[in-house]
Design a protein. Structure first.
Length: 164
C-alpha cells in the first residue's frame, strides 16, 4: 500500500499513514528505513521516475516522524538516498515547465491489466492545472497552439478533457 501511494504521488499524510497501517509496531525501525531507501532509490532511477521533489518531501516527512519519537534515522542507505535526492532537487527550486516525471499505478485487478509492470503516466508536475498536469497531450497541444495561433484564430475549440 505504501509503495502504491508513493508511486502514485498520493498526499504525504496518506502515504505515511499507509506505512504506519501496514507496519504498526515497526514502521520507524531501521530495517524499514532501509526498505524505504531502497524503494525510493529504485523508483528515482527507474525509466519512469516519480517527481524528485515529491520523493524528497516524503523522505523529509518520514525523517521528522522518526525524530518526533526522540529517535533518529539510523540507516545509512536512507541517509544516502536522502542526500542524493536533495542534490537532485537542488536546481528545482523554481518550477521548470518542461520537467516531466511519472505517476505510476498498479492494477487493483490483475485480470484487467495482467502485466506486473505498473501503468506509468507522464506528467508535468509544475503545471497547476489538472488537464496539463495529468494529460501530457494537453500540455503539448497548448504549446503547439502557442507556436501556431493562426490555426485556431477566429475558430471555436472544444476540449473534452482527459476523461472523455
Amino acid at each position: 500500500m505504501f509503495e502504491k501511494r508513493f508511486l502514485a504521488q498520493a498526499p504525504l499524510n496518506a502515504t505515511l499513514d499507509a506505512l504506519a497501517f501496514n507496519l504498526p509496531d515497526s514502521y520507524l525501525h531501521p530495517s524499514v528505513q532501509n526498505q524505504i531507501a531502497i524503494m525510493v532509490y529504485s523508483a528515482l532511477n527507474s525509466p519512469t521516475p516519480p517527481s524528485a521533489r515529491y520523493a524528497l518531501k516524503l523522505l523529509q516527512a518520514y525523517s521528522k516522524l522518526v525524530e518526533s519519537t526522540n529517535s533518529f534515522v539510523e540507516d545509512d542507505d536512507f541517509m544516502m538516498t536522502l542526500a542524493q535526492t536533495i542534490a537532485a532537487c537542488k536546481n528545482l527550486t523554481t518550477g521548470d515547465p518542461d520537467l516531466l516525471c511519472y505517476e505510476c499505478y498498479k492494477s487493483p485487478n490483475p485480470s484487467l491489466l495482467p502485466s506486473s509492470a505498473p501503468l506509468a503516466i507522464r506528467i508535468a508536475p509544475f503545471h497547476n492545472d489538472v488537464g496539463l498536469r495529468c494529460w501530457e497531450a494537453g500540455y503539448f497541444l497548448a504549446e503547439f497552439f502557442l507556436h501556431f495561433p493562426d490555426l485556431i484564430k477566429n475558430k471555436r475549440v472544444l476540449e473534452f478533457g482527459e476523461a472523455a
